[in-house]
Design a protein around this ligand. Structure first.
Ligand code: ZN
Length: 310
């Protein structure tokens, strides 16, 4: 069966070490790949996820030591949320308080308890208590017991001028279906995808446009099983919606195309294959700096300019 949903989310961060410390030490995600920005090999590209870096759990960052903060606005991801067992919300509230993490009072959305908070760069995140998610696999990191650990993405909330054009792309290209409306949000869900299966569309006409910077989501990637599935999606985007899509780029761990969806958010379609165990063993993911073949000859030069992580 075709599995749809979010493949990964990529955001911009400030100092790399602070970013690494927060996502592994406070949130307990696994660092699944330590590589460079393939378009700028003097900067890090850090990938966090579950034990195997499975699609639907992968949050990645381009950290720049002196990145200016972004400004939330139209055409951007407003919030990125993680799934945790419903019984774990008390644990997480306590944990965020004890680590001095800026957070809101828990609220109900679509019947689920949501604890919104910020990362050190001001990125808007949330933990969502999802009944039944305790049965899903978890990575035990940061001293967090498996029974309360993050289970990958719940979803993202996009801030848009109008929800409908983006909803049409999600439905007709990525297999999502509308799953409800509440408080100005149209909830789109990918059937059969518990992890990374939700995209909430918040229509907020008249808001200022977004300005990218530290704390901003750069793009949201959706899953395609393989090249054939990706090509089928590209054909729909170009022929049915008249959108321009980039050529495929090899990102080593997946193959990607990019396009600007009608609401202004940068979308990517990333293949599920080959995954993160292609260049290091699954049990030591993230252990050493991995470079694409074209940069290997420059390894010592690159290692010398990358900011220290420890
Ligand atoms: Zn990406």
């Amino acid at each position: 069966m075709q599995i749809n949903g979010i493949h990964h989310v990529t955001a911009i961060a400030g100092p790399a070490r602070r970013n690494l410390d927060f996502y592994t030490g406070v949130l307990g995600l696994r660092l699944v790949k330590k590589t460079v920005n393939f378009d700028d090999p003097t900067t890090w590209h850090l990938y966090f996820g579950d034990a195997g870096g499975n699609p639907g759990t992968i949050l990645t960052f381009f950290p720049w030591e002196h990145a200016a903060p972004g400004r939330l606005g139209i055409g951007e991801t407003q919030e990125t949320s993680f799934r945790v067992p419903a019984a774990a919300m008390g644990y997480w509230t306590h944990r965020l308080v004890s680590h001095g993490v800026v957070h809101d009072v828990p609220q109900k959305r679509f019947g689920e308890t949501v604890l919104a908070f910020r990362d050190p760069d001001g990125m808007r995140l949330a933990l969502v208590g999802v009944p039944g998610s305790e049965a899903e696999p978890a990575w035990e990191g940061g001293g967090i017991p498996a029974e309360v650990a993050i289970r990958g993405f719940h979803g993202v909330t996009l801030l848009l001028d109008k929800a409908e054009p983006t909803a049409a792309i999600l439905a007709e290209v990525f297999g999502f279906a509308e799953a409800g409306r509440e408080g100005g949000i149209v909830r789109m869900r990918a059937p059969g995808s518990p992890v990374g299966g939700i995209v909430d569309l918040r229509g907020a006409g008249g808001f200022l446009p977004a300005r990218m910077g530290a704390g901003s989501v750069h793009h949201v990637a959706f899953r395609a099983a393989d090249d054939a599935e990706q090509a089928r999606m590209v054909a729909l985007l170009t022929e049915r919606f008249g959108l321009r899509v980039t050529e495929q780029r090899d990102r080593n761990y997946f193959r990607s195309v990019y396009f600007r969806e009608p609401g202004g958010v940068l979308f990517e379609i990333a293949t599920d294959d080959p995954g993160f165990a292609i260049d290091e063993p699954a049990d030591s993911l993230g252990g050493t700096l991995k470079l694409p073949a074209r940069y290997e000859a420059r390894r010592s030069e690159i290692e010398a300019v990358l900011p220290a992580l420890d």
